[in-house]
Design a protein around this ligand. Sequence first.
Ligand code: PAF
Length: 291
Amino acid sequence: MQWVEDVDAVRRLVAETRAQQHTLGLVPTMGALHRGHVALLHALRPEVDRLVLSIFVNPTQFGPREDFAQYPRALASDRAWAEAAHVDAVFCPATSVMYPIPPSTFVQVEGIDQVLEGAVRPTHFRGVATVVSKLLNLWTPDVIALGQKDAQQVVVVRRMLQELLWPTRLVVVPTVREPDGLALSSRNVYLSPAERQAAVVLHRSLDAALQAVRRGERDGARVAAELAAAIQAEPLAQLDYAVVVDAATLAPVTRLAGRVLVAVAARFGTTRLLDNCCLAVDEDDVRTVLA
Ligand code: PAF
């Protein structure tokens, strides 16, 4: 497994890969890898000849009062996870490689970047779209993988790929959960034992919403209210949002039909966690699908 830190080494590797007519897959991450990231690697491994994992804690997607400095870094265990997943190369650039000068060029997917997570973190998706664009420019991957857990990120990156005419395919990988249903997240390490127990309410609220839709509920506001009530009943949870939105436009839906995203965000102490499920709904059938 190669460890790559600079742009010249990336360009050499990409040229070699293309000269051999090999395909290339990229899994972009911020490190502190867990089984959720490994699922992304496993999803792409059989699809491509060369599998690249990028590890970069991207400063531009953190707001001024967010956890950039504290964000978990775990390069030794990341390397072990990468070896075990048969990654061919790990790209682990310094900030000065990805941002050689203070950035004034950004990629912004306007509108859908300002709702849900964007309402609380207005520059977050601009940072994500910018760094993913840089990674695409460098690696020109045939395919990238992102997790369903960050469904809005999937929607934003998909729109960016489409609008900027990137030929790269996007694979969405189901959320990996703890046995009690909590979605895996690098931020789960911040939770106290009591908050960790309380955080399972996110998954339970989504499950309750799914059951309501399966029983025939099609009113978006009522499903959202049920989600919110379930989370507010947990004393350690502070609700940020509980919404039912169109899975492509992220606009609220009044009547559930087609592909809808049911998404929740709440704080447990100082830790903000997200969860969601995506549903394909018609009058008498409901299926869980990927964003
Ligand atoms: O999902 C993440 O870990 C990040 O947002 C990503 C896609 C690696 C961009 O920094």
